[in-house]
Write a protein that binds this ligand. Structure first.
Ligand code: HEC
Length: 302
């Protein structure tokens, strides 16, 4: 839970805006209240006030921001809250999945609840982010011609990258993790693990292999192993113990190809889907930190 608490703290710090400031803006900018407000006591914000806010409280406002669609302060706060809350849920889910679920995660397929939370929060972040952007900027050229806009562009770029990776993970990789194809693929180094051997079950045209005393034999050519079943012994298994009950000895196996070794302690190699999944997962983790750094820079570095 520690990383989640840490993230919560980070978000609380980041959202405690340079607010409360209010009249401090006058001090910071050496401007009178009426530069930005309609009245001396800080009434309705004038265009200059909105521009100042939109430029990230830099004076003079860089690039002369103007709002495209003004959004009232209260609605803005709600949207801003949703944006941060959804971001928190999204990143919290990623960290949870990486730190808590990691080992079991890729093998069984993507956990549904986490995917649902992730997708909803990603879309919320996008929608609220878009609303806040168009409520602040004059035009989209702003995204390239000012520091403020460039940092925003970086953030949007990171967002889009994460969304695309998530789409690949959920739509293409997830289903493959959940229902791996049953394919008999021999290990490159000839050493079989239990799961790999299990695919050589003699069913549906797959070869019938069995393991015996550390070796793997191909029994596909034997009429007695047709359909992968030899009396009550299935192919794709380690059958050393079963030999004692057999009417024949182990010399029977010498008639067949020895195709490899058997190591029951070995883990199966990762499938391409699993490899891709790990790649996406760790890239995503890196992107989470990249986004947090961007936000921190946006808040304090400019
Ligand atoms: C450079 C522009 C600027 C100047 C100058 C300025 N303000 Fe503000 N003020 C803002 C902005 C922008 C906000 C909106 C809140 C925010 O973005 O943090 C604000 C908000 C406020 C608020 C809070 C309003 C609310 O609804 O919460 C008060 C009160 C306020 N200003 C008073 C003043 C007073 C009094 C002065 C003069 C001494 C002053 N401001 C000078 C830009 C300015």
């Amino acid at each position: 839970m520690k990383p989640v608490l840490f993230l919560l703290l980070l978000i609380v710090i980041m959202t405690s805006s340079p607010a409360g400031a209010r009249p401090e803006y006058a001090e910071k900018t050496r401007q009178g209240c009426k530069t930005c407000h309609e009245t001396e006591d800080g009434g309705k914000l004038l265009d200059m006030g909105l521009t100042y806010s939109a430029s990230g409280y830099v004076w003079p406002p860089q690039g002369g921001y103007r709002v495209i669609i003004p959004i009232g302060k209260r609605l803005r706060s709600i949207i801003g809250f949703l944006h941060i809350f959804a971001g928190f849920m999204w990143f919290g889910t990623i960290l949870h999945v990486h730190i808590v679920l990691r080992p079991a995660y890729a093998v069984k397929g993507l956990p549904r609840t986490e995917v649902a939370i992730g997708v909803v929060s990603m879309l919320t972040v996008g929608a609220t982010g878009l609303a806040m952007t168009i409520s602040k900027i004059r035009g989209f050229d702003l995204l390239t011609n000012s520091d403020w806009g460039i940092v925003l562009s970086v953030k949007i770029g990171l967002y889009l990258t994460m969304i695309s990776l998530a789409a690949v993970a959920v739509l293409f990789v997830g289903p493959k993790l959940r229902a791996p194809k049953r394919e008999a693929v021999a290990p490159e180094d000839g050493v079989f693990d239990p799961k790999t051997l299990a695919n050589f079950d003699g069913v549906d045209g797959r070869p019938a292999y069995v393991a015996y005393k550390g070796s793997v034999y191909d029994l596909s050519s034997s009429a007695r192993w047709r359909k992968g079943l030899h009396f009550r012994h299935p192919a794709g298994k380690e059958l050393t113990g079963a030999m004692s009950g057999a009417p024949h000895g182990e010399d029977k196996l010498e008639e067949f190809w020895r195709v490899g070794e058997y190591d029951e302690t070995r883990e199966p190699p990762r499938t391409p889907a699993q490899k891709l999944f790990y790649l996406i997962a760790y890239t995503n983790l890196g992107l989470v930190f990249a986004v947090l750094l961007t936000i921190a820079y946006w808040r304090w570095g400019m």
